[in-house]
Ligand binder design. Structure first.
Ligand SMILES: [Zn+2]
Length: 456
């Protein structure tokens, strides 16, 4: 163990130089122009996996960009960790806003600057170098390792789900490790153990059979926009609770431990409100802002339209009004059930003066990994060791569909060991990654293998 840790510590500057090679390849997945670079980048990842001691390394073609797979099963009795990451990056424009060229990485002010430095090359390289250190020091890995590094994450992973479905035994594992999120605050190691799901609806409220003159008809005929506004306001009550019948029925309550964890995270409501330019925050009563941001379900109207919206006035009483309404879900809510409950309720609260159509556009499942899971415990311990600080736990307000896919297809928990910072400009000009987080990340990864093998 000590040998591996010392080796990593004394080589961390070399690792940075190697990361630069990875970052120099302009692997922009969305652009046809970079098709050759994508292949080159997949080759680079494959060579790195070989150097990390993987016995089986394959570049797997897909209908889009190739996947890179690597595997070292050296003892069937040991637990297996699947490391997932992506080698593709976002486009770089607007180019003129970059302080240094996006594919010429530089190290400045304790950060490495380049497209992909954080998202996701820097973060997945961490887990390649940690494994490599075992090989270089002739130390037996305490776990079996598999890698799945894809080239289509930034375009929505169109081919990954199919691949998972067809290759469940190839990818079977005891835990999936992903570093593609952020730590809560600089220097504070963070394990993300939950993601919200989504249920997205579109509604149509239909009044008279044609647009009417508001002078000749106003006062006698229901206005669909007025009705829709009233109906939307009825979806939540004055305490910020969602009023849809049975909406909370399947909600998994936050445990006392989770609520205590939320409390431990430093957060200022006043500062948050100020940053957003609002005088006061809003939301469900009885829960802290952080709890409302990731541990509780929400309902928001995302768009509303109808009638006359061009310049100047037009005295119309419109025939139709529309809105898009989304709900963020938490375990064990199911988007299909929620869509049904929404539809039933929305029709129920419609006055007789209008007709209502409701459509479910799309949805995604929420997920939470038990804090008691050995992989979560091991990751927390490992991160604490690497950062010299207590690990905090957080849940994400948004969704990462691939995590749900891993749970569904591989029946394995995913550990989100984020190493980025929210200020790293991912997807923006001047993307960067903290050198300190990079170096500590490699240590955390190596410690994780030990801790997971111990607990498992
Ligand atoms: Zn990204």
């Amino acid at each position: 163990m000590e040998k591996v840790i010392n080796y990593i510590k004394s080589n961390s500057d070399n690792y940075l130089e190697q990361l630069k090679d990875y970052l120099r390849i302009p692997s922009v997945s969305t652009s046809v122009k970079h098709k050759k670079d994508m292949k080159k980048c997949a080759d680079y990842v494959a060579s790195q996996l070989k150097s990390a001691g993987m016995k089986k390394v394959k570049i797997i073609p897909t209908a889009g960009h190739p996947l890179v797979f690597g595997e070292l099963i050296h003892d069937k009795k040991l637990p297996t960790v699947l490391i997932y990451g992506h080698y593709d990056v976002q486009p770089v424009d607007p180019l003129n806003l970059w302080k240094s060229p996006p594919f010429e990485p530089v190290i400045k002010n304790g950060k490495i600057w380049a497209r992909g430095a954080n998202d996701n090359k820097g973060q997945n390289f961490v887990h390649i170098k940690s494994v490599e250190a075992f090989k270089k020091t002739n130390t037996n890995l305490p776990v079996n390792i598999k890698y799945l590094i894809e080239g289509e994450e930034e375009i929505g992973s169109p081919n990954l789900s199919k691949f998972l479905k067809r290759n469940q035994s190839l990818l079977s594992c005891d835990a999936v490790m992903i570093s593609d999120t952020s730590i809560y605050q600089p220097g504070v190691p963070t394990i993300n153990y939950g993601l919200r799901g989504l249920c997205f609806m579109e509604v149509e409220v239909i009044g008279p059979n044609r647009d009417l003159h508001s002078g000749s008809f106003g006062g006698a005929v229901a206005n669909p926009i007025n009705v829709l506004a009233d109906m939307i306001s009825k979806l939540t009550d004055k305490n910020g609770k969602i009023t849809i019948t049975d909406f909370y029925k399947d909600v998994q309550k936050l445990t006392p431990q989770e609520r205590a964890n939320y409390k431990k995270l430093k957060f200022s409501d006043a500062k948050f409100a100020k940053e957003l330019g609002v005088k006061e925050l809003a939301g469900e009563k009885g829960f802290s802002t952080l709890e409302r941001l990731s541990g509780r379900p929400t309902l928001d109207c995302n768009g509303i339209w109808g009638g006359y919206i061009e310049e100047g006035a037009k005295t119309v009483l419109p025939s139709k009004a529309y809105a898009k309404i989304s709900m963020r879900l938490v375990p064990n809510q199911d988007p299909k059930t929620i869509a049904k409950l929404f539809t039933k309720y929305f029709k129920q609260i419609a006055p007789k003066s209008v007709k209502v159509n409701v459509n479910a556009l799309h949805g995604g499942l929420p997920i939470v990994i038990s804090l008691e899971h050995p992989a979560v415990k091991a990751a927390a311990k490992a991160s604490s060791k690497a950062f010299g600080k207590e690990t905090v736990f957080s849940r994400e307000g948004g969704s990462i569909p691939i995590v749900v896919e891993f749970a569904k297809q591989l029946k394995a928990p995913t550990i989100l060991m984020g190493l980025g910072l929210d200020t790293d400009n991912i997807h923006s000009p001047n993307e960067h990654f903290s050198v300190d987080n990079f170096k500590r990340g490699i240590l955390a990864s190596a410690y994780f293998f030990y801790e997971f093998a111990k607990i498992k």
